[in-house]
Design a binder for this molecule. Structure first.
Ligand SMILES: NC(=O)c1ccc[n+]([C@@H]2O[C@H](COP(=O)([O-])OP(=O)(O)OC[C@H]3O[C@@H](n4cnc5c(N)ncnc54)[C@H](O)[C@@H]3O)[C@@H](O)[C@H]2O)c1
Length: 426
């Protein structure tokens, strides 16, 4: 495919060189004539291991060029990658001026070209930007419409400086956030030489995935450093702690606990996080992220409470009340905390949880109690059919068999709050 790449910085140069290696014709464009000159001579305009060698190799093919004229580059190609920088204003908001200036130029060039052209945002932009500001700008400049005059997609860049070429050749996945399928098809075909999971999704999901990745990486670094602060205070070697931590690929370094749902709970997590953060406070250990974990968890419960309250209905039935199915008591249950909040807000709350019902019939001795959920087992009923007939809102806490069967029989007039999965109401 004939491809133009706008912005010969780190992302643009690596993208251009690697696309050329895949067999495509690449024209690179930059405001900086020095970068254009280097690129067009097969020399790297940025420092990145193996980039000089790769550019020199693909340059010999005659399929790599650099030009300063954006309009000419658009005119002679089918698809343009936008790889210019996105910055921060002083107040922390995103500065899209470089992207918008380039997109404006591309739009004018498409208008003059009078042929369908695909535009692909590789620069990192906030969710909604591609379908919002970028579509509006291109429609204004081309005088046409997306999907007809031009195509558009968001294709985030996930490579790391220092290993960018290896990352491009062997990505964990390629994400195509397409506004129109023609551009999605073109991108899929561009990457067909790479053996990797290819995900075609909406532009908004692609934009959000990029921020999920970077936020996660930042959070991991901060977590490791907070564990270092804790380890130092405990006089243990944090590297040994984290090496052992990382050896758990079932619960720690894994997709476990990374699917959105409801707040955490149970007999251990809330208690242990509380005890650890209190110990840190007493010992002067500064761990701002861990110290706010409980607060973030409480917000999840409060948001669910507001969602139910906003539905404006008063009879609320919980399918499951313990923190997970199979658990026989309510201690540590965030669903029980939610039920308590709804009761306090004047709602009628009842619940079906056969495991908790069985648990309360057994004589048990508990080593700890949970005041937050004390007395809530009186909300329980064994007659789920009667409960469903009574309920206006059904709160789903688990997809365990005993609840899935009930849900499959539920009529569509009931409002369902799904806290086991998608957290939707409808
Ligand atoms: N650097 C990374 O590791 C990385 C990784 C993933 C995503 N990103 C994102 O990719 C985007 C680009 O990042 P980068 O590090 O390559 O930026 P960069 O600053 O290194 O390069 C941007 C290039 O665009 C050029 N440019 C600016 N305005 C132009 C215009 N009107 N016409 C032509 N060229 C123009 C600049 O001269 C510069 O060479 C950013 O949104 C960034 O957040 C960066």
């Amino acid at each position: 495919m004939k491809i133009s790449v706008i912005g010969l910085g780190f992302v643009g140069t690596v993208t251009g060189a690697c696309l050329c290696e895949l067999g495509h014709d690449v024209v690179g464009v930059d405001l900086d004539p020095g970068k254009v000159d280097l690129f067009s001579r097969g020399r790297a305009p940025v420092l990145e291991p193996h980039l000089d060698a790769l550019l020199a190799k693909v340059w010999v093919s005659g399929r790599l060029r650099g030009v300063s004229d954006l309009a000419a580059a658009v005119a002679e190609t089918d698809l343009t990658f936008v790889c210019v920088g996105t910055f921060r204003h002083a107040d922390g908001t995103q500065d899209l001026s470089a992207v918008e200036k380039v997109v404006q130029g591309i739009g004018k060039a498409i208008a003059a070209k009078k042929k369908f052209h695909s535009v692909v945002l590789r620069s990192t932009v906030l969710p909604g930007t591609t379908r919002g500001r970028i579509v509006a700008l291109l429609e204004r400049e081309t005088g046409g419409s997306v999907g007809e005059t031009f195509g558009l997609a968001n294709n985030p860049e996930f490579t790391r400086e220092g290993s960018a070429i290896a990352d491009f050749r062997n990505p964990s996945r390629i994400v195509i956030g397409e506004i129109d399928s023609r551009t999605g098809d073109r991108l899929a075909s561009i990457y067909s030489g790479i053996d990797a999971l290819l995900v075609r999704t909406s532009a908004e999901v692609a934009e959000t995935v990029k921020y999920a990745d970077n936020s996660w990486h930042a959070l991991k670094v901060v977590f490791a450093n907070e564990m270092d602060a804790i380890s130092r205070a405990a006089d243990v070697d944090s590297r040994e702690v984290m090496n052992i931590f990382c050896a758990d690929t079932v619960l720690n370094i894994s997709p476990a606990y990374l699917k959105p749902g409801f707040a955490f709970g149970g007999p251990c997590l809330p208690k242990d996080v509380d005890v650890l953060t209190q110990w840190c406070r007493s010992n002067g250990v500064d761990i701002p992220v861990l110290a706010h974990v409980a607060e973030s968890n409480e917000r999840v419960i409060r948001r669910a409470c507001s969602t139910v309250m906003d539905a404006g209905l008063s009879r609320i039935a919980f399918l499951g009340l313990a923190y997970k199915a199979g658990v026989g008591d309510l201690r540590g249950s965030p669903f029980a905390v939610l039920a308590r909040q709804l009761l306090q807000a004047g709602r009628s709350v009842r619940a079906f949880d056969p495991d908790v019902s069985r648990g309360r019939r057994l004589a048990t001795r508990h080593d700890y109690t949970d005041d937050a959920v004390e007395g809530l087992d009186s909300l329980l009923t064994d007659d789920v059919d009667e409960l469903m007939a009574w309920a206006e809102v059904v709160v789903v806490t688990s997809y365990a068999d005993q609840y899935a069967t009930v849900l499959s029989k539920l009529d569509s007039r009931r409002v369902v709050l799904d806290l086991a999965g998608s957290r939707s109401i409808g």
